[in-house]
Design a protein around this ligand. Structure first.
Ligand SMILES: Nc1ncnc2c1ncn2[C@@H]1O[C@H](COP(=O)(O)OP(=O)(O)OP(=O)(O)O)[C@@H](O)[C@H]1O
Ligand SMILES: [Mg+2]
Length: 248
């Protein structure tokens, strides 16, 4: 269970000597139970990625707390093996000198020092994300964007985290690969009972994979809606956001 309680975050605005601050997150609270896929949608600059970074413990909130199974995610031990993430451009965020095998091995070795066991696990993981075992010796520059993203997902799930945060993780992929990755995530959710935090601009993708969606605006939660109720959102902003999707 992930619990976000009264979280506030601001950044310094303007130049080095400026004292003005921009409030990016304004008292955000919500929960995500185990095994649930929670979408976060909202316009650019509304604070979604900032919220994501706080949930990963990369940054600390100014106020409030973020708890994973009752413990602060700020503590590395709480996150280790429990919470992992995939960002938009996996290719630029991995070490260019690491092969696919080395990239996936890195989080695995923390949990289990047995190299042989880990190697057979890498084969299984590559299979899971639809990549041939021969990919284990490739370097990032030898992968297509979609392949690199799938390696990113394999790495993120290798230690079987209970919670996976995806920040625009599939946005750069073409539709067929997006569908493939979304189906893979659905499958993983069933196998490992994982929970997902799915940050996206793509309401259609969110509707496909999420159980519940947070509509985020200007650093605040505008509305939280169960996916079956997406058609019946209340706030004007949410209605506007969803209007583009006539198919609903
Ligand atoms: N480290 C930082 N220092 C200063 N300002 C920041 C920092 N990180 C984010 N911001 C500001 O906080 C606001 C929210 O940014 P954030 O990246 O969280 O938005 P977002 O909802 O993820 O947008 P997008 O959909 O474009 O990815 C923006 O105005 C941004 O400029
Ligand atoms: Mg963002």
């Amino acid at each position: 269970m992930l619990k976000v309680k009264g979280v506030k975050k601001s950044y310094k605005k303007g130049g080095l000597f400026s004292t003005e601050r921009q409030e990016v997150l304004k008292d955000v609270s919500f929960e995500c139970e185990n095994g649930v896929c929670l979408g976060i949608i909202g316009e650019s600059g509304s604070g979604k990625s900032t919220l994501g970074r706080l949930m990963l413990g990369i940054e600390k909130p100014d106020h409030g707390s973020i708890l994973f199974n009752g413990k602060e995610v700020e503590n590395r031990e709480v996150r280790l093996g429990n919470i992992s993430a995939v960002f938009q451009d996996y290719k630029s965020s991995i070490n260019p000198f690491f092969t696919v095998e080395e990239a996936i091995m890195e989080p695995l070795i923390i949990k289990n020092k047995n190299k042989k066991e880990n190697q057979s696990k890498i084969d299984q993981l590559l299979y899971r994300v639809g990549l041939n075992p021969s990919y284990r010796n490739k370097y990032p520059h030898e992968l297509s964007g979609g392949e690199a993203q799938r390696v990113g997902i394999a790495r993120a799930i290798s230690a079987e985290p209970t919670c996976l945060l995806l920040d625009e993780a599939i946005s750069s992929l073409d539709i067929s690969v997006q569908t493939q990755v979304l189906n893979l995530l659905k499958e993983l959710k069933n196998i490992y009972n994982m929970s997902f935090i799915f940050i996206t601009h793509d309401i259609q993708a969110a509707a496909y994979i999420c159980d519940r969606v947070i509509i985020f605006k200007d650093g605040k939660i505008e509305e939280i809606v169960e996916i079956e109720q997406l058609k019946n959102v209340q706030s004007d902003y949410a209605k506007q956001l969803l209007q583009s999707l006539i198919t609903f």
